[in-house]
Design a protein around this ligand. Structure first.
Ligand SMILES: Nc1ncnc2c1ncn2[C@@H]1O[C@H](COP(=O)(O)OP(=O)(O)OP(=O)(O)O)[C@@H](O)[C@H]1O
Ligand code: SF4
Ligand SMILES: [Mg+2]
Length: 375
């Protein structure tokens, strides 16, 4: 999904007409021909995802029309402050929205030609863990405290890969070894509380990778860890992602964390995409006031150390109200500076940011042009 297309590649327009054609196939797996002999497939195609929670306190408008694509082997970073809809949109892909109170109101999630939102629970169970795996923020909530690590890893190997006990224990030990757990075979018989926080996160990664998934969703997998361990885990996941040739969605509130991992970055706010583009576009040519705000709170490697880091003033929106206009309006200094009244009652569409290469990878939703300083 990046910059200039290599020789022999097809343009996005050609790809779209290819998509139209493939939509008529029985299993419409969309493909993007990159160069002779190599095919880059669209692994995941999410369109117009809307998720709500109907609570006693009112309706929570958690995800409001989110669309994105992910190619095989690609890494997408989803970034945004707390409550922006990052986890809920990923849980929806996995069929894990608690219902009630949650409901996926509409949308399609095409994964390898199947709409995951139309699958029955037992069909979805076969995909979860096997083809799509998820690592959560806090391993203690996803690891069962009363079962040994070995039992928990071998369970999914037996279910999805049809292995017997000794085969699955051998594979589980290999996986623990691969993620850097010393004395792996013996540690299979230990319980989660016998591992440190960083080691538990490694166990979660080993479990996520156990069935060689095509897509790994990592939801804030390093937030609970100290900075050094965080860096080690990020490095480990990067290395394993290449080894396993997986696509990955890495969710975080911290743009700095995905800087070195993501091919593409999607910035979310108020359950919507505010800006999306290649890492290069979002870091080097950000166009949305909210992205600018997130970037302003990051220390820069090339800074003299004298610039002040800024925080975005105000708090994230109350998701029980769906604003008529831009959800960022109450906190937006650009709106204030340019006195843009329409921001309050007209919602800006997600539009392509023109670039010199002519491709359409960079999109954002804002009435202002922060580069020109005009609306
Ligand atoms: N089970 C639930 N019941 C009611 N509301 C929910 C539920 N789960 C999530 N929400 C609401 O949906 C909105 C989006 O939540 P989500 O968990 O996706 O945020 P997030 O971007 O992942 O934030 P964080 O960085 O804190 O993890 C929030 O307003 C949240 O309160
Ligand atoms: S649309 Fe208006 S309020 Fe929203 S980010 Fe742009 S300038 Fe700010
Ligand atoms: Mg979350």
């Amino acid at each position: 999904m990046s910059g200039t297309l290599p020789q022999g590649a097809i343009s996005r327009e050609e790809k779209l007409s290819f998509d139209n054609l493939s939509a008529h196939l029985v299993h419409p797996i969309e493909t993007l021909l990159l160069e002779e002999g190599s095919i880059l497939a669209v692994l995941l195609d999410v369109k117009d995802l809307i998720v709500r929670f109907y609570t006693q306190e009112g309706t929570v408008y958690a995800v409001n029309g989110v669309s994105f694509e992910l190619d095989e082997g690609e890494t997408l970073g989803i970034v945004g402050e707390s409550g922006s809809g990052k986890s809920v949109s990923s849980l929806a892909l996995m069929g894990l929205i608690p219902s009630p109170p949650g409901k996926v109101e509409s949308g399609t999630v095409i994964f390898e030609g199947r709409d995951l939102l139309t699958l029955k629970p037992d069909q979805m169970r076969l995909i979860r863990g096997k083809e799509i795996a998820m690592i959560f923020q806090d391993p203690m909530t996803s690891l069962n405290p009363v079962l040994t690590i070995g039992t928990q890893i071998t369970e999914s190997l037996k279910l999805h890969e049809g292995m017997n006990t000794s085969q699955s224990r051998k594979r589980a030990a290999d996986l623990l070894d691969m993620v850097g757990i010393p004395d792996a075979y013996r540690r299979l018989d230990d319980y989660p509380h016998q591992f440190s926080g960083g080691m538990r996160q490694r166990v979660m990664i080993a479990m996520g990778l156990s069935c060689n998934p095509k897509l790994l969703i990592a939801d804030e997998p390093t937030t609970a860890l100290d900075v050094t361990i965080q860096a080690q885990i990020i490095e480990l996941v990067k290395q394993l992602k290449d080894e396993f040739n997986m696509a990955m969605i890495w969710i975080t509130h911290d743009l700095g964390v995905v800087a070195g991992i993501a091919d593409r970055i999607q910035v979310m706010y108020g359950g919507r995409i505010m800006e999306s583009g290649s890492s290069h576009e979002v870091f080097g040519d950000s166009r949305h006031p909210y992205t600018e705000g997130l970037l302003g709170s990051l220390p820069r490697l090339d800074s003299s150390g004298e610039e002040k880091l800024t925080q975005i003033e105000g708090s994230p929106p109350d998701m029980r109200n769906e604003p008529a206009g831009c959800p960022f309006a109450p906190r937006c200094d650009v709106r204030e500076r340019l006195n843009l009244e329409r921001c309050w009652d007209e919602r800006p569409p997600l539009e392509t940011v023109p670039n010199a290469g002519g491709d359409e990878t960079h999109v954002m939703s804002c009435w202002a042009d922060i580069r020109e300083g005009v609306a």
